[in-house]
Unconditional design. Structure first.
Length: 462
């Protein structure tokens, strides 16, 4: 197929409801190098040789939902409308002692699909002591990125019928269902209040979304006046599920900063999974899936970060908790492996990467999931580029395109590369660091996903 340079007008992403003015966002921008930052290998490092079967332990879950199977049948299946991967313990640089004590956290999240009921999953994976959440609520945001709620929509969350819950270190908790009409493509507020510390907060630092903090308990507040502190990360919350909206399942986008959305406009929901959610919602004949973005900036397929549990765990280790545990998951789109090449120690054997990706596919197949995999995007001009690393990337892509790694392929490389300089991003799609795309590039990546390939079908023979 002949590639042509894209038209700047033809490829510019359409304006999205939910974007914040650039001036308001300037205060909260977190400058991240995403794929490149934090190169320390640690306790999660994969051994040399072909990757083994997944072995990462899942976190302890505190049971909370009391709904019956009959309830589920009447209201429809649970699907994930929003999610974020727990990345690590919040450092002291962004919170006193890395803790959230006598503070209310108001997380702003954006839905992909809607429903008539909702539930929230909260994580304490990186805590060091039990976390007592005395008060938690869910509400519709009054406007894009606003800390204020729509009057009449604040719902108090309960856990096994109780208004408070104690979450053990390493655990997570799912709220009881609440009746709340949840629109698609809309900001919601998930608010928690902890009177005492449970150790470092479990957080997702590069959210590309402003959330808010307040002193004292303001979880039930409709107005946002008490929320005087802005934050660029999500704390404690890792999933929002809905039911009753007609969605037939969940698509998980699993990857690194290129999925997390580094360099996308903050607050505008222009990461490629956001644009894919738009396509699934608006294009006739598309499968009706919620989209859960489980990207982690700096994530590697084979090697994780330091600590126990490991911060930024490898894709092989986090796949069970971050993908298989998502409500209603039907399909996963995997875009992972470039950091294994770029970061020290470099993975220079392309077969180790393709075999790691194949391991993820086998594990997904064992749970009945369809797998779409992405080719690795170019990075010529980035400070980590070297000719020998470019050869590894090309070899991995050749293996992916040859088949036997995924059920179907989304060719992100071909979609965003410069046809006259194929080892580099096209200038129209380059954010400026020659690794991460801009909004137009993320839009193009989402367009490269064949919606027909997302439907359930016989798995590929690996």
């Amino acid at each position: 197929m002949t590639e042509r340079p894209p038209s700047a007008t033809a490829r510019a992403p359409r304006p999205r409801r939910g974007a914040l003015p650039a001036a308001a966002l300037g205060l909260v921008l977190l400058v991240g190098t995403g794929v490149w930052v934090g190169a320390s290998p640690g306790a999660d490092e994969a051994p040399a040789g072909p990757p083994r079967a997944l072995a990462g332990p899942r976190t302890t879950t505190v049971p909370a939902e009391r709904g019956t199977d009959a309830d589920s049948a009447a209201l429809g299946r649970w699907v994930t409308t929003w999610a974020a991967a727990p990345v690590g313990p919040e450092p002291r640089a962004t919170a006193p002692d890395g803790e959230v004590t006598d503070r209310t956290v108001r997380n702003v999240v954006h839905t992909s699909v809607g429903g008539t009921g909702a539930r929230v999953t909260l994580s304490h994976r990186y805590g060091t002591a039990p976390l007592h959440l005395a008060h938690a609520t869910l509400a519709l945001a009054a406007g894009p990125g606003s800390p204020s709620a729509v009057p009449g929509t604040v719902r108090r969350l309960t856990f096994a019928g109780r208004t408070g819950v104690r979450v053990p270190p390493g655990g997570q908790v799912v709220s009881d269902p609440v009746a709340l009409p949840v629109p698609a493509d809309t900001d919601l507020l998930i608010t928690t209040y902890a009177p005492a510390s449970g150790g470092p907060a479990t957080y997702h630092p590069r959210a590309r979304q402003t959330s808010y903090l307040a002193r004292g308990d303001h979880a039930a507040a409709v107005g946002g006046a008490a929320y005087t502190e802005r934050t660029p990360g999500w704390r404690q919350v890792v999933a929002l599920d809905v039911r009753g909206g007609g969605a037939r399942g969940t698509l998980v986008a699993f990857g690194d900063s290129l999925t997390d959305g580094v360099s996308a406009t903050p607050g505008a929901n222009r990461r490629w999974p956001d644009v894919l959610a738009d396509r699934l919602r608006t294009q006739g004949g598309a499968p009706r899936y919620g989209v859960a973005n489980l990207g982690i900036s700096g994530n590697r397929l084979l090697t994780g970060g330091p600590g126990r549990p490991a911060a930024n765990p490898s894709g092989l280790r986090r796949f069970p908790a971050d993908v298989l545990d998502r409500s209603g998951v039907r399909v996963v789109v995997i875009a992972l492996g470039i950091n294994d090449i770029l970061r020290t120690p470099h993975t220079t054997d392309p077969t180790r990467i393709t075999e790691g990706l194949r391991t993820l596919t086998r594990h997904a197949h064992a749970h009945g999931l369809r797998v779409v995999g992405a080719t690795l995007m170019p990075f010529h001009g980035h400070r980590g580029h070297r000719p020998e690393l470019e050869e590894v990337r090309r070899a991995v892509n050749a293996g992916i395109r040859a088949g036997g790694v995924f059920d179907a392929v989304a060719d992100f490389d071909r979609a965003v590369r410069d046809p006259y300089h194929p080892e580099a991003l096209h200038p129209h799609y380059d954010s400026g660091d020659h690794l991460h795309p801009n909004d137009a590039g993320y839009h193009r990546m989402a367009e490269a996903v064949d919606l027909g390939a997302l439907r359930a079908a016989a798995p590929a023979r690996l």
